[in-house]
Unconditional design. Structure first.
Length: 111
């Protein structure tokens, strides 16, 4: 049950980070997300989840870049879309950092 709650918190904080633009709120959300991720043991399952989160972020980033190109071509304001792209890229980088931490912990436990 405890892991379920942590998983839901990770999902919630991730979703909020995608759309939040206030720097103070983003900083707090990043800290909350990393805190929740760090509550999980470094396992192959956590590594798989990190990989899936990274893949989802990459998909969102690619779609957002395509949308920005369409908006730009059609003469629309791209500022909000660029902010979302920035947020998605930052979320991706957080999951990459977490994946690296899990890999390091797994390597240490294998010694």
């Amino acid at each position: 049950m405890e892991n379920f709650i942590h998983e839901q918190n990770v999902l919630l904080f991730s979703e909020r980070l995608k759309v939040e633009n206030d720097p103070t709120a983003r900083k707090q959300l990043r800290e909350l997300l990393l805190d929740e991720e760090n509550k999980f043991a470094a396992t192959a399952e956590r590594l798989d989840k990190a990989e899936r989160n990274i893949a989802k972020c990459k998909e969102h980033i690619a779609r957002q870049r395509g949308l920005i190109e369409k908006l730009k071509t059609n003469g629309h304001d791209i500022a909000p879309s660029q902010r979302l792209l920035r947020n998605l890229t930052e979320l991706h980088d957080l999951f990459v950092s977490f994946r690296e931490a899990v890999v390091t912990a797994l390597e240490r436990s294998a010694l």
